[in-house]
Design a protein around this ligand. Structure first.
Ligand code: SF4
Ligand code: MSK
Length: 663
């Protein structure tokens, strides 16, 4: 007899009301999603602890978390070797994903520069010049295309360089770079680093967890300061650098009366091209001829986050909502490219007669129609997708049910815009931010990023953590699915300053900014690295990224990419807390290295807490530790004493006579 399937209350699965409604509908319709599959698929406890090894077939060998040093693998590998090798392979996979995405953007850039690609161009010349100058390319008095050619050649080294430091190492604060050199972790080209880590983590090579960890840092840094940074910078140069834009999120962005198309994945070029296709007058006419009011383009996941910040394209939801959005029956077509695309989409799309298309040669799904996207002729693919979506609209037969929920917010805080927002056109600088950290109005800065997962209540930890941080005057920078969770909770609005502590609220009100700044997709975490470097360069907050009163967190992570991101933040000097689960056996030597030993070497360190309030406590404790080390903890105490008075500005000893915190 088949085992009865476990059904869990939707309110225990998500705090996203729209997603909850659609989980309920999917159950009524007899359609399964990842939410329900997770309840009936227990994670393997040995795998969850990273205590198993299948690097050769004398195994797989399973060690015990209860008695980690009680036995070793058949080859003699210890628990520390096994966990370090597993960790290394996650870093390698995550780094490969981001750097391959960056490499693709480099291919597009080369095509644009050589004149082989004509559908896109150089949209932000100012940024092109700034990026080129930042890595030592001569820019004075030169033609844009000449600079662009040199930039292409230089950035290619991010991938192919066999020896020596990658180009963006020049952007790293001096003391941080010195620490990397001392630890021998300055990255070479990503291809070399990934090859190295895959080699040393095969059976019988590197069996010293500390040495493996060194290569984990080096590889991850080739992602954060390499592949991811190239992806972000070139996407800005080609498609435009984001600046604040008002945009809507949630499933209510779908419109029953229009042809609805969702783009889900990570690379912006597919989305940019379909953005052009949906404005094509002939296609719009075709849609109208079938009774539609128009064509409604909506994003999901990370390419959605990128289009949200760059163009204000509406966003329907994060990773855990990609199946449930199809349950609305309103999605006429969904096109996907790479990363975080559940195979389960195929079945759900089939049940609701949504046209699902893969577009990237690396990311096909068995049984799903593939329309290949080619940057040399991008509209051939995207026009076709729009046509097929229109066709599906014309034969919609099933009832449509769209949750009537839309949340409006402000997104698009690139590092360039933060610079401008705080300092103005003529004195663009991080000085006001640093000053407000030094005087204690802003206690510190937190990067809250990463996925949602079927193993945690969707969005819950993101929202609770961020609320707690801003309440304690911590300014929050966001990317990826986390940003969408907070946007749905309406914390990406200037009005959300009312949830912030008095100091942060005062700064937000003066500048007119939200306490939560959305910066884009998961590769855009590189924007946070650049912002951190600028804060160091500005002065007053120490000499390296490790000195900053800052911390990072991925409260609901699930992807190997998150491990790579976490490791490059840690290697850059940031205390990085993960929630949900962590693939490690506590109190082992490898555990002690990650959660303490790395910090002793001058890097950051990992943290873990299952509860969001505890995550916030750990991050704030770290921020306060850094404030104390910088000698700026006293300023904050004075600010706290003055909090009541500050409500009455005229009596406030701190602000009396001042125009405001940013002046
Ligand atoms: Fe077991 Fe060693 Fe083979 Fe891993 S490498 S499966 S620990 S024998
Ligand atoms: S999409 S990696 S679920 S952030 Fe970048 Fe979201 Fe995590 Fe995928």
């Amino acid at each position: 007899m088949a085992k009865e399937k476990k059904i869990v209350d939707v309110n225990d699965l998500t705090i996203c009301e729209a997603t909850a409604q659609m989980i309920t509908k999917s159950r009524e319709d007899g359609v399964e999603t990842a939410f329900d599959r997770a309840q009936n698929m227990k994670p393997c406890p040995i795998g969850a602890d990273s205590a198993c090894c299948k690097h050769c077939f004398m195994g797989p060998c399973r060690l015990s978390a209860k008695d980690p040093y009680g036995k070793v693998g058949v080859c003699g590998a210890t628990i520390d070797t096994i966990m370090a090798r597993n960790f290394a392979r996650m870093v390698a996979a995550g780094t490969a994903a981001h750097t391959d995405h960056g490499m693709h953007m480099l291919d597009v850039f080369r095509g644009v520069v050589n004149g082989e690609i004509s559908d896109y161009g150089i949209k932000d010349e100012k940024k092109l010049v700034a990026v080129a100058a930042s890595i030592g390319i001569e820019t004075d008095g030169r033609e844009i295309m000449d600079i662009a050619k040199d930039l292409y050649v230089e950035l290619e080294r991010t991938y192919t360089q066999v020896e020596g430091e990658i180009p963006f190492a020049k952007r790293v604060p001096v003391k941080t770079l010195e620490m990397w050199r001392k630890n021998d972790i300055v990255p070479r080209g990503a291809m070399r680093e990934i090859m190295d880590i895959m080699h040393r983590s095969t059976m019988g090579v590197d069996q010293d967890y500390g040495n493996i960890m060194k290569q984990c840092s080096r590889t991850a840094l080739s992602d954060g300061w390499g592949g991811s940074m190239v992806a972000t910078e070139l996407s800005d140069i080609i498609f435009g650098t984001p600046k604040p834009v008002v945009a809507d999120v949630n499933m209510g962005c779908l419109d029953e009366k229009q042809v609805n198309i969702i783009i889900h994945g990570h690379e912006p070029n597919l989305f940019e091209s379909i953005f052009a296709s949906v404005s094509d007058a002939a296609l719009v006419e075709k849609a109208k001829a079938l009774g539609a009011e128009g064509i409604n383009l909506v994003g999901m996941c990370c390419s959605g986050a990128e289009m949200l910040i760059r163009h204000g394209v509406p966003h329907a939801g994060n990773f855990m909502s990609t199946e449930t959005v199809l349950v609305t029956g309103a999605v006429d077509a969904m096109a996907v490219d790479v990363q975080c695309i559940k195979q389960g989409l195929a079945k759900v799309a089939d049940c609701y007669d949504t046209r699902l298309f893969t577009t990237n040669p690396k990311g096909r799904i068995e049984g799903v129609e593939h329309i290949e996207f080619d940057d040399h002729n991008p509209k051939e693919c995207t026009d076709r997708i729009v046509e097929l979506a229109i066709e599906r609209y014309g034969r919609r037969s099933k009832p449509v049910e769209i949750p009537n929920i839309v949340n409006r917010g402000v997104h698009g805080f690139s590092h360039e815009y933060i610079n401008y927002m705080l300092g103005g056109t003529f004195r663009a600088a991080y000085t006001p931010l640093n000053d407000n950290i030094i005087n204690g109005r802003i206690r510190g800065v937190a990067g809250v990023v990463g996925c949602t997962t079927a193993r945690s209540k969707q969005d819950f930890s993101h929202v609770e953590l961020v609320k707690e941080l801003i309440k304690n005057d911590v300014l929050v920078l966001q990317t990826g699915c986390s940003q969408i969770a907070l946007a749905k909770a309406e914390l990406c609005t200037p009005e959300a300053a009312r949830f912030a502590g008095a100091g942060l609220a005062e700064v937000c009100e003066t500048v007119g900014m939200p306490p939560v700044l959305g910066m884009g997709s998961c590769v855009d975490n590189s924007r946070i690295l650049i912002a951190a470097s600028e804060m160091v360069r500005e002065g007053g907050l120490g000499e390296s990224i490790a000195d900053l009163p800052a911390a990072g967190c991925a409260p609901e992570w699930m992807s190997e990419k998150a491990i790579a991101i976490g490791q490059y933040f840690v290697a850059s000097g940031v205390y990085t807390v993960f929630g949900g689960t962590f693939p490690i056996v506590e109190d082992t030597k490898f555990f002690k290295l990650l959660f303490g030993g790395l910090e002793e070497q001058g890097l950051g360190k990992w943290g873990f807490a299952p509860d969001p309030i505890e995550m916030a406590r750990l991050m704030i404790e770290h921020i306060d530790k850094k404030r104390k080390a910088l000698g700026i903890d006293k300023q904050r105490e004075r600010i706290l004493v003055g909090m009541e008075e500050r409500r009455d500005m005229s009596n406030n000893p701190v602000t009396k006579g001042c125009k405001g915190p940013m002046h």
